[in-house]
Structures are given as structure tokens and as C-alpha cells.
Design a protein around this ligand. Structure first.
Ligand code: SF4
Length: 301
């Protein structure tokens, strides 16, 4: 079937996949915020979710990068051009498996961008192996035996790593997910949203109905307004993150008092926000102004 005129790429996600809900939520959020598409970029990793930048109906730039490296790639883009709104879009296997080092390191830096994880407990693109968020003992239909690894808790990991906005959404509550994405984009600092979503093709346990019976909007006040709030708000967030019978959604923690990475750079480079790297000349007459001949001579054996 041919794609409609306003769609350049036809989605090949399976029927009922939560990816559709995440993409719709993003489009609603971006539209409602009235963002300038030319100042936005979506960076994805590898996996079913990695295809998302291809499927936006609006002309938003996207980069489909390497497995586990979307956060590193996005960090470079944001630091080179802090005027851009940068959104990372990656799967749970991608982010908490091969990419977990980048996930933790990003928390230490508090780069002003949004990390959105499509969390379905499996590596869907490669036929449903257990991802780091699938609980021990679960046997989805694509596993020959129950999973013998313990699951990580993405909310706890984000809190421990220093993320200054930590939230959970459900892919098929598009209204709430869109509101959380709007709040994450507007947040000053590094925002993380763990989006629970079904993978009907390979995860027959965490289905749409299974999530609907468990998710609820927790509606707590997550915001740190002074240094004295940090510990109690963190404890409150951890308490909610430990719930397993029911699954709270909404914002667990929010702290805009922590300087962003850009602000930290500005301490050493006072004109960083005016003359950031993307505005600087990197070449003359199409040639690099960096002289690496001496270095290459030294490296030659
Ligand atoms: Fe979605 Fe799972 Fe199909 Fe991938 S395999 S498109 S995650 S339903």
C-alpha cells in the first residue's frame, strides 16, 4: 500500500504495537507546544523504536544512529547547538543493555534534553529476547525458558544517575503521555520518561489489558523547590518506584536547581551560548583549518 502524501515512510510496526501510541503522543506534544520544527531533532537507536524518526508526519529532523549510542549522539548534537530541542528515542534493550553506560553518564551531566524509552521488556526487532526490564521468572512466548536475569528498575536507575526529571507514561494513555512529553521538553535539564508499552508480537504477558489493569496516575508533587527538598522528594520518588502490583505513572521527581551541562560549560567559556560550536567556522575554502599533519606523522609506523 502506498504511503499518504504527507508521509514519506510507511510504518512497518506490528498491529497493536505501543510504538504507535508513543509516536502519536510525541506528535501531539510537539504540536501543542508550537515548537519550530527546524529547531528540533529526534535521535534514535536500534530496535523497533529506532524507526520512529522516519514515521513523523511533520517535517522534524531525525537521526537513526547506532545500537546503544543514541544518548551519546544526542549529547554531541545538543552541545554543538544548544538552540536545538533534542529528543532521544530508544528501546529498553538498547538503553539499558548495551547503552546503559551512556544512560548513567548522561545523568551526571544533566544535558538539557529529553530521553524517551519505549519499554516493552523484549528485544522486539530481533524476535523477542528478554530485555533488561523483563522480570526474572517471566516466560514470554518467544523465550524457550523463563528469564533467569533480574530486571533493572529504570526509574530507580535514572534517579540514582542524576536525571533531574523522571517520569513514567503508558503508551496507550496518549493524553497523559503527551502532557508528560511536553513537561519533559520544557524541563531545564535532562528529562527521562519510561514509556510502558505492549509488544503484542513477542510479549504475551505485559499486554495492553495487563497494563490497563495496573497503571494509575499517582499525582504526587515531585518538584524540588529548595535544596532542603532534595532528600524528601527523592525518598518519595523511590517509594513510588518500588511499587510493583500497581504501576504509578506521572512525574516521580523534578529538580531544576541543578546546573545543566551547558551552564557548566559557560563557566569556562563565557560566550558558549552565543558562539556555540555549530556557529563557528570549521574550515576555509572547504578545507579543515585543523592541522593534523604533525599528529599523523607521529602516529605513522
Ligand atoms: Fe512493536 Fe513488538 Fe512488533 Fe517491534 S516486534 S513493532 S515492538 S509489536
Amino acid at each position: 500500500m502506498a504511503a499518504p502524501d504527507n508521509v514519506t515512510e510507511w510504518s512497518d510496526w506490528c498491529v497493536g504495537c505501543g510504538d504507535f501510541g508513543v509516536l502519536r503522543s510525541e506528535e501531539v506534544a510537539i504540536k501543542e507546544l508550537g515548537l519550530d520544527y527546524s529547531k528540533m531533532i529526534v535521535v534514535s537507536g536500534i530496535g523497533c523504536s529506532g524507526k520512529a524518526p522516519h514515521f513523523f508526519t511533520e517535517p522534524i529532523s531525525g537521526v537513526h544512529t547506532l545500537h546503544g549510542r543514541a544518548i551519546a549522539f544526542a549529547t554531541g548534537i545538543k552541545l554543538a547547538n544548544p538552540d536545538l530541542k533534542v529528543m532521544v528515542e530508544a528501546g529498553d534493550g538498547d538503553t539499558f543493555g548495551i547503552g546503559v553506560g551512556h544512560f548513567v553518564s548522561a545523568g551526571r551531566r544533566n544535558v538539557d534534553m529529553t530521553v524517551l524509552v519505549h519499554d516493552n521488556g523484549v528485544y522486539g526487532l530481533t524476535k523477542g529476547q528478554a530485555s533488561p526490564t523483563l522480570p526474572r521468572g517471566e516466560k514470554t512466548k518467544s523465550l524457550p525458558k523463563p528469564n533467569i536475569n533480574d530486571a533493572i528498575n529504570p526509574i530507580v536507575l535514572a534517579l540514582a544517575s542524576g536525571y533531574t526529571f523522571v517520569a513514567r507514561a503508558f503508551a496507550y494513555d496518549v493524553r497523559q503521555a503527551a502532557d508528560l512529553i511536553k513537561a519533559a521538553i520544557n524541563h531545564k535539564g535532562l528529562a527521562f520518561i519510561d514509556v510502558l508499552q505492549p509488544c503484542p508480537s513477542y510479549n504475551d504477558i505485559n499486554t495492553n489489558e495487563w497494563y490497563r489493569q495496573r497503571v494509575y496516575n499517582m499525582g504526587i508533587d515531585p518538584e524540588v523547590k529548595s535544596d532542603a527538598d532534595v532528600l524528601p522528594k527523592m525518598e518519595q520518588a523511590l517509594e513510588k518506584a518500588k511499587e510493583t502490583e500497581k504501576m504509578p505513572t506521572g512525574i516521580f521527581y523534578k529538580n531544576e536547581l541543578v546546573p545543566t551541562y551547558g551552564e557548566r560549560l559557560k563557566d569556562g567559556i563565557p560566550n558558549y551560548f552565543e558562539m556555540y560550536p555549530a556557529k563557528q567556522n570549521v574550515g576555509k575554502d572547504g578545507k579543515s583549518i585543523t592541522k593534523i599533519d604533525n599528529l599523523l606523522d607521529k602516529l605513522t609506523i
